[in-house]
Design a binder for this molecule. Structure first.
Ligand SMILES: [Fe+2]
Length: 234
């Protein structure tokens, strides 16, 4: 089965995984999918080795999309390969980065992935050390995403993104959490995906709270761990 959760930020936000009894019983047939800000490809050296070692010792594979807080120089230094219908960076034998704009087929479910987002604290970060402009999607990545959706007739089972579509951020999310709405390219692009795609459920991370938005069948994830098909918390 496929389980999904929100930002993990290296070791900072993995108690939800470490303490989860269902995850402790998963097998090599299962997958854990993290909706960005994985934070395990950040520093060359002990920091990353320890985090990647934690995930690599699990029987299941850990899949992640990129968030805004990733070291994109390092992430993009891994060779690109095809896996289950889409492009990945294979970080270890058990940890795969699912790239932007891909449609994967995993356990019979089609999953469209699109990482990236905007760091609201980027003014306090240093380019190439703690912030990378690649956090926001390029025109090529957006075009590839639309092409891949079109190849699938704009019909997928699940959409997994770091950011949420801008219209949902401005309305449903902002109504309850009063977020700053900035010009985020990822959010703006995801509005176009929202207009065109037909999907069973949409999962995103990024905002650091958990929220269900039933009218869009969208779940914002942070601490929750869900089974992707039923949407049940585990
Ligand atoms: Fe985050």
């Amino acid at each position: 089965m496929i389980y999904i959760t929100g930002d993990t930020h290296g070791f900072n936000d993995i108690d939800k995984l470490v303490l989860n009894k269902t995850l402790a019983s998963l097998t090599k047939e299962d997958y854990l999918l993290i909706t960005g800000d994985f934070g395990g490809v950040w520093d060359v050296g002990m920091h990353d080795e320890d985090i990647l070692d934690y995930y690599s010792k699990k029987p299941y594979a850990t899949l992640f999309i990129d968030g805004n807080h990733e070291n994109f120089d390092l992430l993009n230094s891994y060779p690109v390969e095809m896996w289950n219908g889409g492009k990945i960076h294979r970080v270890t034998d058990k940890v795969f980065h699912l790239m932007r704009g891909q449609v994967f087929n995993i356990e019979g479910s089609s999953i469209f992935t699109f990482g990236g987002g905007l760091s609201i604290d980027k003014a306090y970060r240093t380019i190439g050390i703690s912030w990378w402009p690649e956090e926001e999607p390029s025109e090529e990545e957006c075009a590839e995403a639309m092409e891949n959706l079109e190849k699938n007739g704009f019909l997928v089972d699940y959409i997994v993104t770091h950011a949420a579509p801008e219209s949902i951020v401005r309305n449903e999310i902002n109504n309850s959490h009063r977020l700053l709405c900035l010009d985020c390219k990822a959010e703006m692009f995801l509005d176009k995906v929202l207009e065109k795609a037909v999907y069973r459920h949409w999962y995103c991370g990024h905002y650091h709270f958990d929220m269900d938005i039933p009218n869009h069948r969208l779940s914002v994830l942070y601490q929750s761990v869900l089974e992707i098909k039923s949407g049940s918390k585990v």
